[in-house]
Every structure is written in structure tokens, then in C-alpha cells.
Unconditional design. Structure first.
Lengths: 290, 781, 164
């Protein structure tokens, strides 16, 4: 399984990488971790005419505190770095909890956050996490740059809002409000496999213990990570008790229209969404209450 | 003669090379001027070929040749029938074997249609996209019951009803059993298997040396001698002109003993035609379609029982999926038919199967080779009967065991070696007892499970029994030789794919010939080193080759003693062989190293006595009249998450009887590996075909091999009933671990989720969280 | 579609190595066929089986998912570098031999490269941690038990022999 021919250019700078992308558009792909792109190329499912290798752009590999208590992560940050980063563990526990589910350590040594998000596999963990956290993604091109909200970034299967000349350069995760609890859970046939169903859950409680905000986003539930408005509605504005949790799970099962695949039928995926909603909410609630 | 190595957990001679990356596998072969090949494969499961245009491919830079069926001339012919139909009365058998390149039509997705040879594999793959085939798709035969129905498309145009074979074997009279029965149970069972998926895929490198008039072929085959003979015949060469080398092989498991695969017969042909070495290495995507599978059977089975749970008779009618061709004859379904009888007394047995052609890759033996299907049916019938009669599953089995004084036990029906099925030795009750003890059966059922259930946990237990017919003929041979260096070489015709032959065989020789096991060099898989042999399959290596090696080593030992007695002018009884030397007992200084003795036996002057041969060497063959019968029991405790249906195996025990054990460490490894494949088969691995015969999960991302997190730590124990059929008393062990996992999972999962009480029976394998959920929900309605 | 080639300078097993390679040449093929380091094996070419695992700048990576050109300016370590010399084995290799942690040996180099890195970071792993670390490498022969035994055996020995 050898890739089709292509021309390879190691990027000398971000500007030159963007210039090449502007020139070649969709005929050129950025090579970051390669953990999704290269297998696709080996299967000849992807046959870009040019690969622009952005691994030399070390300036895009960073995890920094953002001014508002959030975190800014460069697109070239390896997933394995995220796994071990103290700032991420402290300020973004949802990311910290999700990352060990991404494939295996060897893959995480190479795979990057930017590459993972730009690949936009709806079954992948991190896109769902970004949605639930309300992340902002910074896209840059030779023409300038813009911020894209996570909910606008994932457009379809393997399709993002990035234009043909754009590159994802940074992800900004907002600070979590006080009394926020998160939980990432998935059900996968084997550790590291794509989830049959996964959930990235965030709940925020007010001083009186009622739920002021909730975000429940599901992996492998549609063409993109799917946020269940119905599930959130069942929680916001009241104390979260077992009944509310069950209501949220039922709403998620109603909201979601998962694709089904060889490992899990549509019906089973919906069922798992319900199960994970209940389990993740219990955990997130306990964490928010601490 | 004391044994120092036989039976000991000796470390493997071959490991240093493998651990340091200094072992030659087929893809490691590099030759000057070597070209690389790629095959254009049918994207359709069933389609006529109206035309093939390779002109664009030929124009591509780096492409040296492109061949289609038309280019092969007389070389194009269906492959040989590897296993003829067994001598069973009334048998129907339609031989349809695979062709080198599809001609009028393709019969399964992945069937080769054209061969491209180029300077690199990369360019060869580029050229595949240049070839234009005018396909006319035909409706695909996928489902077994529809395959035989009127109006179905025909995989082979001249084979009505897609019937590859129809076989009935019967013993006694099942109708009588029903008349006497207090209980008759009847169920339909589905047992599906998958692909062996060794980590090394297949590969062939062929090198024709015109000036030496010799062909050398490196091949990932489990049967180098047979490949050598076949290729020589096909290519019009003498057997002595062809050398087939099966070097280190990265896992065999059965499909690498399917012989005369299209690629296997074409790469040598191309190498001769082009006058340059040619290499073909199967990639993983190809492997899913190009290498043989085992697959499914549908059984309608019934069992008649007495009130006390004794089996009176079994009747089984089943369909067997043989895929697009049937080169391996009926080995797999015959094994199903025979192995169903298991460790039990079955007075009346009536088994009929219809093997059907389908538009899927060909089915040939894969570790277990059809035994799994039979064991599933029997063990499930017993569990269902046990429930209806209110008996504990273990007790149910105990009541039906063949008693230990009944051996050799004649089951009479014809087995895969074409002899009447006969178990040489066995003692089953102690095996079950030991398995129950290892798993803590009584304690679990009485104390632990009630506690788990009270805590809302779904933990279940299962125990199943099986036989494994092993060590069949026709024969193997070995040459043992003491060399001038004092090292001993052993050459045999079979190949090695990781089962430790280099060590186990060395152990056998080392004890006989009195050398350190590390001084025994074992050569397998090279037809220039040993001429005759059948191959590594059916768990026969240790039994058949091992026995031949033992016999040859014994003869060498006698020669050592005779030669040394002449040398020392003493009686043979006064001699002792140890540590690579022969010495006169009790007389220090009167000893000679074996290497020096070997020199003596190969004189440069004088004469070799008539009726003797030079050197200290011997060649012997061993051909068992029938196979041996290993047996065992597996037990498992498994927890199931009732909402996600994900499982966690808490405990797994295996008790195995393979007769005398050559190397317990190697044996353990074989059991562990077999169980891992069994677990894969039961809960993770499934080849998912759609109605058009397309394989939907042809990658390791979606065909799920168990990892270190899915395979538990296992507790192993052994019992030993030596085989009377060979000098070592050994029985085979290679496949045993893989055989009973299916019914074990079904029983344990039913127990964990209390399914029978909820109206659900598990009558199919593989299971999965999704499937289990569907079945459980179905019971809730 | 056009291709191009690049001059690369890389360090492989401590030795400087300069070659011209086609852009699409996979790192696994470069190591095996260009450099003759056939200890690294290829099992799937889609990043699942782990047989091709090497160290890239000291961290385990799947060489079938990298291009040879990406080795330019970086360091690659393969299984051939583990043993100190031809007559001795690395403690992990030694443990594999003692515990029968390999059968056909095809997946073994990838597992060795994964495990040396794992043990360097986790000198006292539990069995479960070893199995987790192993879960990205497929073995079809051993059922993993003896591999786990070998890693735990090696971990103990490496701890004993390490300074401090």
C-alpha cells in the first residue's frame, strides 16, 4: 500500500507554507503528524499533488496560558504533549481526560492537535471536546487570519470551514467558570479504537447548585461532532438529579441520528449515547460539586 | 538414558536472531536487478470480464511487464486439488480450483486479474490504475441459504445450486435414538470465523539463474516441499532444479499452507520469463481478500437424550461456505463433522453437510480448521439439554464422557486423514475436574456469584470440553548428522512459523546424541536440505516430524556407540555419551569428542564397510497410521456491563492434554496464542460482507485483532495421556487453544446476564456488544 | 502526477547517513530496503499493528506513517541498535528470550522499541500498565502473556542495575 506520487516541500516558514497553499489550493495538503493523512495516502484514498511539511514550524508547538485564564495551544502541539502538560491537566481537565483515548502512544507522539481537528473525523475525541468547551480556532492564510468558533468549524465528514488557502494555527480554550465539572467517556471495541459512541460533557452550577450551563457533545453521532441541545435543555435551570439525568439521556437519544457502522448499528449507538449521557453527567456533576 | 532436555522449558535457539533483527523473512530478500510485482484485483465479487486494456500501464516508466490470463498460454490452468474428496459412500464433490488470473470472470472481490512487474512496488501500484477492465457485474452469491436456492446466480456456471459437495456420514440409527429419548432438543446454530491475519502477510521472491539452470523461490509457505514439487511440474523443471525456501515466517496459522495461490505460481513464472528476480509482498489490504479465510456454517442440529442426560444420538445438517473455489477439498467441514463428537459417547450419529460455493475468498483451514464449528454445536446442545434437565453443565458433560478404559475408541466415521476416526488415548474426567478446580467453579457458583448479583454485577462462568485430532500422516522425515565440528545438524522437510521447532527438535536430538541443546542446529523449510515432506499443519509438527527426528537420532546414537566401540575396542555397554563426547565408563582419558568420531566414520583412506554409510548420520521417516487425539477443557469467568455489553474476562483457565510434553514453555505459548485467537473469534473478529460480496472491514482498524488488553492472563494445567501411536507419546497442541472459545463465551455470557431466564439463547458466534444487545432486547419483547 | 526527490541527511542508530530519496518513499521502506536494516518489519502500512515501530528523535513512532524525507535532520533508532554488540543482548531482549516472549518474532522488534521507551518512563509498571502500553502493538502468536512476563522481568532487572 504505497502512496501515489506527490511533490514534497518542507516549510521554511509559516508565510512560505501559506503561500504554497494559496498557490496550490486543494491540490496541496499540509503534513503535520501524518497519523491520519499518511494512512489515507497509503490506501490511495487521498492523493494530494503536493505535501507541505509543516513539522519544521516549531513555533506552532506550544501550550500557553491565555490572558483570561484559558489556554492557548499551537496547532503543531503533539497530542502526547497535551497528555502530559500540567497546565492542560489543571485548566482543561476535559482535554486531559480525552487525550489518552486518542489511538496509542506511538500515534500520539506524532499526531498534532491541529492535524486532528483539521482532519475532522466525527468519530474522533478532540473535535467533540472542542465543541463542548466552546473553543475558538484561529485560521491563517496569506490574506490574513480569522477566528472560527468550534461549532462553526466542523462542517461535515472530514470537512472543516477552513478555506483552501487556510491553515489552522492555534486553538484557544476559554477558562472554565467556577463550579464546572467535565467528563469525557467513550465506548470503543478496544482501547484506542474509534469510539462506537463518545461524550464530552461539561456542566456548570450556580451558587445555589442549579445548572447554569451544560454542553454535551457526542462522537460518532453524525457527520460532525454533535452537540445535543435537547440534552442540555433538560439540565439547565434546575438542580441536576437522577430524573433530570435520565431526561437528558432520553433527549440525547432523540436528538442524535448516528450513522451506524460495522461495529455498532444506529440503534445501538443511540442506546450507548443514552448510557454515556447518564454516566458522564453523574461524574461531571460530582466534579462540579467539589 | 536420562533425558536432560526433553520435557524441559529450554530457551529457544532461534531467539537471539529474531530479537536482534537478524532473521531473514521473505521481504528481507534483496537480489541484484530484482523487480517488484503488484496484482490488479477484481473490485467486484462476481463479474464477467469483457476486455482488459493494459496499454497505458505498459507505457508507464518503470513498468517492465503486464500479464493477463491471455498472456499465460498453456501455463494458465486451475490449480491442483490439494486434498481429494474422502472415501465416503454417496459423496458428491465438484472440484473447482483457483486459477492464476481470472479469465472469463472474477469470482470474488480481490481475485487477481492482471500482474504488473515494475522496478519498484510503488510504480507497480501506480500502473494498476492504468489498466482498464471492462466489467459486467453479476449478482453475487453471498448468503448460504440463498446460494442453494433456485434462481441463484452460479459462482461456477456449470455447477447447479452452487453445490461444491454433499456428504453424509452416519453411525448407528438416529431414529432409534429418538424413539428411546426422554428429551429431543433442536436448534439452529451459526458459527462464523474470520481471517488468520498473521502479522507477516504472504510473499514470494523468485530467482531464476539461467547459467546455473536453477530456480530459487523464497515463499511464506508452510509446505515448501510440496510447493517445490508443484512448481517444478508446472514450470517443466526437474525437482532438483528448484529450491524452495521458507525462511523465518511471521506466523502461519493455516492459510499459508493453502498451496499454489495465484501469486505463488505466477511470480516464479514471471521471473523465468523476464530473466530477473521478481518479488511480490502481499500488503495488508490485499491480505484480507487474497489470502484464504475460514468462514461460516449454518447448522440445524438436534440431540436425543435419556432422562439422566446421556446422549442417545445427534443429527446435524449443515451448510458450509467454501468460498469461490475448493482446492483444499473438504478438510474443514469433515473436521466439523468429526470433532462435533468431542469427548462424548454418541451412540447414534447422523451428520450431513452441503458445501456451497460463494462469491467470497476461498475457505481453507485456519487454526482449528473447522473443529470450532462442531465443538460449538455439541457444547451448546449440551448446555441447552442441561438446562432443560436441571443439570449443572459440568455434570452434564461428566455423564457423557468416553470412559478411560474405552481406548482406542472407535468413532468410525471418516476423518480428515481418510481413516476411520479413532481416538488413541484419553482420560477426560480428570481434565474437567482440574479445570473446575483452576477456575474455582464451586466457590464461584455457591458464594461469589450470588454476592456479585446482589451487588448488581453481572459476572458469569462457563466450562467446555473438546478434542483436537492431531498428528496425522502421511509422514515426515528427518536427517540427523554429527558434523566434524561436533555440532549436530537436523534437517526436516516441514517449515517453522514460530512454534519453536528449532528448539523442540533440538531437545529431542540432544538427549539421544548427548550434546548440549545449543549445539544442535535445526534446519527446516529448505528443500535443498531435506527432500521429502508434507508440511506444517493440523498440529502435526511435534508428532510426525518430531517422531522422525527421534527415530533418526536413535539410529545416530547407535552408530556413535558402534563406531566408538570399534575405536576403543570395547563393548558398547561400556560406553557413555555425554557432553558431546563418548567415553569408556570408569576409564579416564579414554574418550573421544563426537566431532572427531564423525571424522573417523568418514575415512579418507580404507573402505566403508558394505551395508553401512559414511559419517554419523541417519535419515528416518515416520508415518502414523492415524492421528492422535489431544483433548482439553477451558473455563472462564467474565463480567458483562449490562448497559454497554462490554466484557472483562476476570479469569481464564485451560487444562490441556497433548500427551508427552517436549517443551512446556513452548507449549504454554501455543496455548496462549490459540486462546487469544479464540477470544478474537468469539467476541472481536468478524468479516463483514455486504450483499454484493464486498468486504466492509478490510483493514486492521476495523477487523479487530485482540490486543494485550483484551487477552487475559491465563491459568494453565496439563494432564498427560501419552499417545501409543508414536515413540515419543506426543500429541499435537498447536490448534487446541483456539477451538472451544465460542461455546465458552456463549455459556458464560448467558450465565452472566441470566439470559435463558429472559428467553434468550446464544446460538451464534461471533458475538459483540452490538449483537449481544440486539439479542437481549429481542428477548425483552 | 509528478514526484520529486530530496537529498536527506539523517542519523540512524548513531551513524550519519546521506541519501537521495523519492518524496513518497515511506520511512519503513527506506530503513529496510535502502539501508538494509530489515529488523523493522511491516505488517499493515496503516498504522495499526505497530510492527514497524522505531524511535524518531527518541520517541516511538510508526515508520509506516512517516516519509523518509521526514528523517532529514532527525535521528532514527531501530531494533538493531538495542544489543550492545553481536554477542550480547539488551536486558529487555534477554528477558524476552528467558520468558519466551516471542514465537514467530515478526512483531517483536516493534514491541521492543515500544517497550524500551515505556520502561524508561515507567521503571516500575504494574501488569495493567504494561498491557496498556502494549495495546498499540498486535501479536498474533503469543497471546501476550509471556511478553508481559518478559517486560516485567526486564523492568525488575533494569531497576536493579540502574545507579541510585
Amino acid at each position: 500500500m504505497k502512496p501515489a506520487p506527490f511533490r514534497y516541500v518542507p516549510a521554511e516558514s509559516l508565510a512560505s507554507a501559506l503561500a504554497l497553499k494559496a498557490e496550490h489550493g486543494d491540490d496541496a495538503r499540509f503534513l503535520a503528524g501524518g497519523q491520519s493523512l499518511i494512512p489515507a495516502m497509503n490506501f490511495r484514498l487521498a492523493q494530494p499533488a503536493m505535501l507541505v511539511d509543516v513539522n519544521p514550524l516549531r513555533d506552532l508547538d506550544y501550550v500557553r496560558p491565555a490572558g483570561n485564564g484559558g489556554v492557548r495551544i499551537g496547532a503543531l502541539t503533539r497530542t502526547r504533549t497535551l497528555e502530559r502538560d500540567a497546565l492542560v491537566a489543571e485548566r482543561q481537565p476535559l482535554v486531559h481526560e480525552a487525550v489518552p483515548h486518542v489511538a496509542h502512544p506511538q500515534i500520539r507522539n506524532r499526531g498534532t492537535l491541529g492535524g486532528n481537528l483539521a482532519h475532522a473525523d466525527p468519530a474522533s475525541e478532540l473535535p467533540a471536546v472542542m465543541l463542548s468547551l466552546g473553543a475558538r480556532l484561529r485560521a491563517r492564510s496569506s490574506r490574513g487570519e480569522r477566528w472560527i468558533a468550534a461549532q462553526d468549524f466542523f462542517v461535515g465528514v472530514f470537512t472543516t470551514a477552513l478555506r483552501a488557502d487556510e491553515m489552522l494555527v492555534e486553538v484557544e480554550l476559554p477558562a472554565a467558570p467556577p463550579r464546572t465539572g467535565t467528563c469525557f467517556m467513550e465506548v470503543a471495541r478496544r482501547r484506542g479504537d474509534y469510539a462506537m459512541m463518545g461524550i464530552a460533557a461539561v456542566v456548570t452550577l450556580g451558587d445555589d447548585g442549579t445548572c447554569t450551563d451544560a454542553a454535551l457533545t457526542y462522537c460518532n453521532a453524525g457527520a460532525t461532532p454533535v452537540r445535543s441541545a435537547g440534552a442540555a435543555q433538560a439540565l439547565v435551570g434546575a438542580r441536576i438529579d437522577e430524573q433530570r439525568i435520565r431526561d437528558a439521556a432520553a433527549a440525547a437519544e432523540r436528538d442524535l441520528d448516528p450513522p451506524g457502522n460495522v461495529h455498532a448499528s444506529k440503534a445501538f449507538q443511540k442506546h450507548l449515547a443514552g448510557v454515556l449521557t447518564r454516566r458522564a453527567l453523574r461524574t461531571a456533576l460530582a466534579r462540579a460539586s467539589r | 538414558m536420562t533425558t536432560r532436555y526433553f520435557g524441559a522449558p529450554v530457551q529457544r535457539n532461534e531467539d537471539a536472531r529474531l530479537l536482534t533483527g537478524r532473521a531473514l523473512f521473505v521481504d528481507d530478500v534483496e537480489l541484484p536487478g530484482m523487480l517488484e510485482a503488484a496484482f490488479l484485483r477484481s473490485p467486484h465479487a462476481h463479474a464477467r470480464i469483457r476486455g482488459i486494456d493494459v496499454s497505458a500501464a505498459l507505457k508507464r516508466e518503470g513498468v517492465v511487464a503486464v500479464y493477463t490470463a491471455a498472456d499465460l498460454g498453456d501455463y494458465w490452468r486451475p490449480g491442483p486439488l490439494l486434498v481429494p474428496p474422502p472415501p465416503i459412500d454417496g459423496i458428491v464433490f465438484n472440484e473447482r480450483t483457483q486459477v492464476p488470473l481470472a479469465r472469463e470472470k472474477a469470482r470474488h472481490a480481490g481475485e487477481p486479474v492482471a500482474l504488473v512487474v515494475a522496478t519498484t512496488r510503488y510504480i507497480a501500484e501506480d500502473a494498476l490504475a492504468d489498466i482498464v477492465v471492462d466489467w459486467e457485474p453479476i449478482s453475487a452469491v453471498v448468503d448460504l441459504e440463498r446460494a442453494v436456492a433456485p434462481g441463484s446466480a452460479r459462482v461456477h456456471d456449470d455447477v447447479a445450486g452452487n453445490v461444491a459437495a454433499h456428504v453424509r456420514q452416519a453411525r448407528g440409527n438416529y431414529a432409534d435414538a429418538v424413539k428411546q429419548a426422554a428429551l429431543v432438543i433442536k436448534r439452529r446454530f451459526l458459527y462464523d470465523r474470520g481471517t488468520s491475519s498473521p502479522i507477516e502477510t504472504r510473499g514470494v521472491v523468485a530467482h531464476w539463474e539461467d547459467k546455473a539452470d536453477r530456480l530459487t523461490v523464497w515463499d511464506t509457505t508452510q509446505a515448501p516441499v510440496v510447493i517445490r514439487n508443484g512448481l517444478a511440474a508446472m514450470l517443466g523443471l526437474s525437482e532438483r532444479q528448484v529450491r524452495v525456501i521458507a525462511p523465518f515466517i511471521g506466523g502461519g496459522f493455516g492459510p499459508k499452507i493453502m498451496m499454489f495461490y495465484p501469486e505463488e505460481v505466477l511470480i516464479p513464472w514471471a521471473a523465468i520469463k523476464l530473466g530477473r528476480p521478481v518479488k511480490w509482498i502481499e500488503d495488508r489490504a490485499e491480505h484480507f481478500l487474497a489470502t484464504t479465510h475460514e468462514r461460516g456454517q449454518v447448522h440445524d442440529a438436534e440431540m436425543a437424550l435419556a432422562a439422566d442426560g446421556r446422549i442417545l444420538g445427534i443429527r446435524d445438517v449443515f451448510l458450509h461456505d467454501t468460498g469461490a473455489y475448493d482446492p483444499y477439498g473438504l478438510t474443514v467441514p469433515i473436521n466439523s463433522q468429526c470433532t462435533l463428537l468431542g469427548v462424548y459417547v454418541v451412540p447414534h450419529y447422523d451428520s450431513t453437510f452441503t458445501a456451497l460455493f460463494t462469491n467470497k475468498p476461498t475457505v481453507t483451514p485456519y487454526r482449528g480448521a473447522g473443529r470450532q464449528h462442531g465443538v460449538f454445536v455439541m457444547e451448546r446442545l449440551l448446555d441447552i439439554a442441561a438446562r432443560e434437565l436441571g443439570l449443572d453443565p459440568a455434570e452434564m458433560r461428566r455423564r457423557n464422557f468416553i470412559p478411560p478404559d474405552a481406548f482406542p475408541y472407535k468413532n468410525e466415521i471418516i476423518y480428515q486423514d481418510f481413516t476411520a476416526l479413532e481416538y488413541d488415548s484419553g482420560n477426560y474426567a480428570p481434565i474437567l475436574a482440574k479445570a473446575l478446580e483452576l477456575i474455582g467453579y464451586e466457590r464461584f457458583v455457591r458464594e461469589e456469584q450470588p454476592r456479585f448479583r446482589a451487588a448488581g454485577k453481572h459476572v458469569g462462568i462457563g466450562v467446555v470440553c473438546y478434542v483436537e485430532g492431531t498428528g496425522i500422516g502421511p509422514y515426515e522425515g528427518a536427517k540427523v548428522q554429527v558434523q566434524a565440528s561436533g555440532k549436530v545438524s537436523v534437517a526436516t522437510g516441514i517449515g517453522t512459523q514460530g512454534q519453536g521447532h528449532y528448539t523442540a527438535f533440538a531437545q529431542i536430538v540432544a538427549d539421544q546424541v548427548g550434546v548440549d541443546v545449543r549445539d544442535v542446529e535445526v534446519i527446516t523449510g529448505d528443500t535443498d536440505q531435506f527432500y521429502w515432506g508434507a508440511g506444517t499443519f493440523a498440529s502435526r509438527g511435534a508428532v510426525v516430524a518430531g517422531s522422525a527426528i527421534h527415530e533418526a537420532a536413535k539410529v545416530v546414537r547407535q552408530k556413535i556407540l558402534r563406531t566408538a566401540a570399534e575405536h576403543f575396542e570395547c563393548a558398547e555397554e561400556d560406553l557413555a555419551i555425554a557432553n558431546g563426547a563418548v567415553a569408556v565408563a570408569g576409564v579416564p582419558g579414554r574418550s573421544i569428542r563426537l566431532g572427531a568420531l564423525a571424522d573417523q566414520a568418514n575415512p579418507t583412506r580404507g573402505a566403508v564397510q558394505p551395508g553401512t554409510e559414511p559419517g554419523l548420520e541417519a535419515t528416518r521417516y515416520f508415518g502414523p497410521p492415524t492421528g492422535t487425539t489431544a483433548s482439553g477443557a477451558h473455563a472462564m469467568i467474565v463480567e458483562v456491563d449490562p448497559e454497554t455489553l462490554m466484557i472483562a474476562i476476570r479469569k481464564y483457565a485451560v487444562v490441556h492434554d497433548c500427551g508427552t510434553v517436549v517443551n512446556p514453555m513452548i507449549l504454554e505459548g501455543q496455548i496462549h496464542g490459540g486462546v487469544a485467537q479464540g477470544i478474537g473469534n468469539a467476541y472481536y473478529e468478524q468479516l463483514v460482507f455486504d450483499d454484493d460480496g464486498q468486504l466492509l472491514n478490510a483493514s486492521l482498524a476495523d477487523y479487530l485483532l485482540p490486543t494485550a488488553l483484551e487477552v487475559p492472563r491465563m491459568d494453565l494445567a496439563h494432564t498427560v495421556t501419552p499417545s501409543p501411536l508414536n515413540p515419543l507419546g506426543v500429541k499435537g497442541a498447536g490448534e487446541a487453544g483456539a477451538i472451544p472459545a465460542g461455546p465458552l463465551f456463549a455459556q458464560a455470557l448467558e450465565n452472566a446476564l441470566e439470559l435463558p431466564a429472559r428467553g434468550v439463547e446464544l446460538l451464534e458466534i461471533p458475538l459483540s456488544p452490538n449483537r449481544l444487545w440486539e439479542l437481549v432486547k429481542g428477548g425483552e419483547r | 502526477m509528478t514526484t520529486d526527490s530530496h537529498q536527506i541527511v539523517t542519523t540512524v542508530n548513531g551513524e550519519r547517513c546521506e541519501r537521495r530519496v523519492e518524496s513518497r518513499l515511506l520511512l519503513s521502506d527506506f530503513l529496510r530496503h535502502e539501508l538494509g536494516l530489515t529488523g523493522t518489519h511491516v505488517g499493515c502500512e496503516h498504522g495499526v499493528c505497530g510492527a514497524c515501530t522505531i524511535h524518531y528523535d527518541g520517541a516511538p513512532a510508526r515508520s509506516c506513517l512517516m516519509l523518509a524525507v521526514q528523517a532529514n535532520g532527525h535521528a532514527i533508532t531501530t531494533v538493531e541498535a538495542l544489543a550492545p554488540d553481536r554477542d550480547r543482548l539488551h536486558p529487555l531482549q534477554e528477558a524476552f528470550r528467558e520468558a519466551h516472549g516471542l514465537q514467530c518474532g515478526y512483531c517483536t522488534p516493534g514491541i521492543l522499541m515500544t517497550m524500551t521507551a515505556f520502561l524508561a518512563e515507567n521503571p516500575s509498571p504494574t501488569e495493567h500498565e504494561v498491557r496498556e502500553a502494549l495495546s498499540g502493538n498486535l501479536c498474533r502468536c503469543t497471546g501476550y502473556q509471556h511478553i508481559v512476563d518478559a517486560v516485567l522481568l526486564a523492568a525488575g532487572r533494569l531497576r536493579e542495575s540502574s545507579p541510585g
